[in-house]
Ligand binder design. Structure first.
Ligand code: ADP
Ligand code: MG
Length: 472
């Protein structure tokens, strides 16, 4: 390499001199980059970042958003390192941090026209969407009852062909796998057809780009770009509720693509009809194709996911030993949100590998006490009282009343038992909430239900059913 024999890095310079040198070096790299990647790409991606400094083999940059930083690192990182070293600054790593204070009006301006031109110029199928997570493939998606329909629909859409669902609308609560499925579809389509122009982005990014286009009075290019894709995926579309002009633009983009028979995939946290602040015409368009929901995970799916994720963890931490019953315990006690489940497992493996101990049930409980407490908080005493009253055809006030008739007293005891086992509330607190009763009454109730569960099938079933409903 041209290098810099005896160059300025080898010389003893004062800090400010080093700084000037480094800035000059970055300036030259910028010139080179402009020639290499083209003026448009340069303006889109390199202009918005600033060189901060370099030390110990790392060059530090600030970026207006983490998205820009990640993008630059992924797409131009190697080039930048090479050019820096040719200009005399040897670094192994580029680190991008988001500026603490970015004036909302400044820097991040990405002109849609330029983005579009970049794509035409390079002829690549890369579109200015959000990056796809390599782990979110169909292979890594565990299928169970609650998500089998959504999974089947996603597979079908990825495969394309004559039977199409357009748009495919996926909805469900947080952490149930909507984004995972969308990325899986994108990977699958790209694998089948590497030239397919697949654009995945969040509704927030859609709006951001649209606002930029308005600011630069360049909505034509915005329209062109979005209408030139083969597959458009917009994640978390509930975000544009109440944002009228973005909705309007979304509606037109949507129609144009559907007219051209291009596939659209949308996700939201609710069904189209339930998104307040979304125009009726959009709600109805969103229901044209196929609307499928991801149901809250059940115990079996959670266990399946944990087993699959544990296998992946073993590849990083082959030395870890998980005690029996640990995964079952987590599947039972940790909430619906798969992200929380994953986080818990990651922590367990990291912890186990660090301390070199087998992860017994007790170790797991200790290591995850905060996570467990947080999911405990999910079931409230009010919910328990309501569900118990419903189940036994009583009113909530019956449960709280002083009545001691068996038909009321037994359900009340079941409620107290559930409150004790499903929440972390103290005995006096539980007593208070169940109509101002003494904590000894709660102790008695818990004991009684425990005994009855082993001899009275009906009670055992009631408790199990209620527990499942409350934990779902
Ligand atoms: P959402 O977009 O619905 O909020 P995500 O798709 O981001 O949820 O999922 C949260 C996390 O859980 C991701 O890491 C995802 O890979 C994982 N996940 C969700 N469902 C499954 C599943 N069925 N199998 C494997 N991983 C899953
Ligand atoms: Mg998501």
């Amino acid at each position: 390499m041209g290098g810099n024999p005896g160059g300025w890095l080898g010389v003893n310079l004062k800090p400010y001199e080093t700084n000037i040198m480094m800035n000059d070096c970055w300036g030259r790299v910028c010139d080179l980059l402009k020639g290499d990647i083209g003026k448009d790409a340069f303006q889109n991606w390199i202009d918005p970042i600033s060189f901060l400094n370099a030390e110990l083999g790392t060059a530090y940059f600030s970026a207006p958003t983490s998205f820009v930083g990640t993008w630059v690192n992924r797409n131009y990182g190697d080039k930048i390192r090479l050019m820096l070293s040719r200009e005399g600054l040897d670094v192994e790593r580029l680190v991008f941090s988001v500026e603490a204070q970015v004036k909302p009006q400044a820097v991040t301006a990405v002109r849609p026209s330029e983005a579009a031109v970049v794509n035409k110029a390079t002829g690549s199928a890369d579109l200015p969407g959000a990056p796809l997570d390599a782990r979110c493939t169909f292979d890594n998606f565990v299928v169970g009852k609650p998500n089998e329909l959504a999974h089947a629909a996603a597979r079908r859409v990825a495969k394309g062909g004559s039977v199409t669902f357009n748009p495919l609308f996926l909805y469900g609560g947080v952490g149930l796998g909507k984004t995972h499925l969308m990325h899986a579809i994108a990977w699958d389509i790209k694998e089948r057809n590497p030239n397919a122009r697949v654009l995945y982005l969040s509704a927030e990014q859609f709006m951001y780009r649209f606002v930029q286009a308005l600011r630069f009075k360049d909505t034509m290019s915005f329209k062109e770009l979005f209408r030139s894709v083969d597959v458009l995926m917009v994640d978390d579309v509930q975000f544009i509720a109440g944002k009228d002009s973005t909705q309007d633009e979304f509606f037109h983009t949507f129609n144009a693509l559907i007219d051209q028979k291009k596939q659209i995939i949308i996700s939201a946290d609710r069904a189209p009809g339930e998104i307040d602040g979304l125009e009726d015409r959009i709600k109805s368009r969103l229901q044209w194709g196929l609307v499928v929901d991801l149901h809250p995970t059940d115990y079996e799916l959670r266990l399946g996911i944990l087993q699959s994720k544990a296998e992946m963890q073993y590849t990083h931490y082959p030395e870890v030993v998980l005690g029996s019953g640990v995964l079952e315990f987590l599947a039972q006690r940790i909430s619906n949100n798969v992200r929380v489940l994953e986080g818990a497992l990651t922590r367990l493996f990291a912890f186990a590998s660090l301390v070199g101990r087998e992860v017994t049930l007790d170790v797991a409980k200790e290591c995850l006490s905060d996570v467990l407490r947080a999911s405990d908080r999910k079931v409230t005493i009010d919910e328990i009282i309501r569900k118990v009253a419903d189940h036994y055809n009583l009113r909530m006030t019956d449960i709280l009343s002083p009545r001691r008739a068996r038909s009321v007293a037994r359900p009340r005891q079941v409620g107290m038992f559930l409150a004790k086992t499903l929440t972390s509330k103290s005995l006096p607190e539980i007593g208070r909430r169940f109509g101002g009763r003494d904590h000894t009454t709660v102790i008695h109730a818990v004991k009684r239900i425990q005994e009855l569960r082993s001899v009275d099938n009906q009670i055992a079933e009631d408790v199990e059913l209620l527990r499942r409903m409350l934990e779902a």
